[in-house]
Design a protein around this ligand. Structure first.
Ligand code: HEM
Length: 150
């Protein structure tokens, strides 16, 4: 059985010296939460409310957004903040509920690995996205745009 330290126990009794990562994790959850409210609601408002709203959502809409560095950075920031926030939140839950030490370690490692993989993949997609599929000639606005690009 594991024992939870008393809330007011002296810090030296429960943690090693060095930076207090748990404290920074706690601060990160609050700071990223505030930024995520702005980023997520901005994202939902722009994609679903303005103009034709949800009816305007298609491949060309996404291609248009990814053509702008502003939206690329908006989306990448949302991706990084949410994945680190989500993984750190799940780490807290795992630490709270998984009492078997090696299972807990494996799960926390798996969380950070999954988050790192998705961050890498998402960042690559956002910054290398190219909407012009070779031989696109379906008469769409996108096809016209791509043939004009040469
Ligand atoms: C809308 C913006 C968001 C805000 C304001 C927010 C805020 C917070 C805060 C303050 C905590 C810490 C709670 C605590 O320590 O007791 C937290 C925990 C957590 N958040 Fe978020 N969050 C947001 C979005 C997200 C997203 C997008 C995800 C998933 C990717 C997520 C997943 C989690 C998880 C798994 C926890 C841990 C829950 C727990 O400890 O019981 N959150 N959130």
């Amino acid at each position: 059985m594991s024992t939870i330290a008393e809330p007011r126990a002296p810090r030296t009794a429960v943690r090693r010296s060095g930076p207090n990562l748990e404290k920074w994790g706690w601060i990160y959850m609050r700071a990223s939460g505030v930024l995520l409210v702005v980023l997520i609601f901005g994202h939902l408002f722009v994609n679903l409310m303005i103009g034709d709203g949800i009816h305007a959502l298609d491949f060309a809409f996404v291609a248009g957004k990814f053509a702008s560095p502003f939206w690329q950075w908006w989306d990448v920031l949302m991706l990084w903040l949410a994945l680190i926030h989500g993984a750190n939140g799940m780490r807290t839950i795992v630490n709270d509920y998984v009492t078997h030490e090696s299972t807990r370690r494996v799960l926390v490692w798996a969380l950070w690995l999954a988050a790192a993989f998705l961050i890498l993949l998402g960042t690559l997609v956002v910054f290398t996205f190219d909407p012009c599929i070779p031989n696109l000639s379906d008469g769409s606005v996108l096809a016209e745009f791509c043939s004009a690009q040469g």
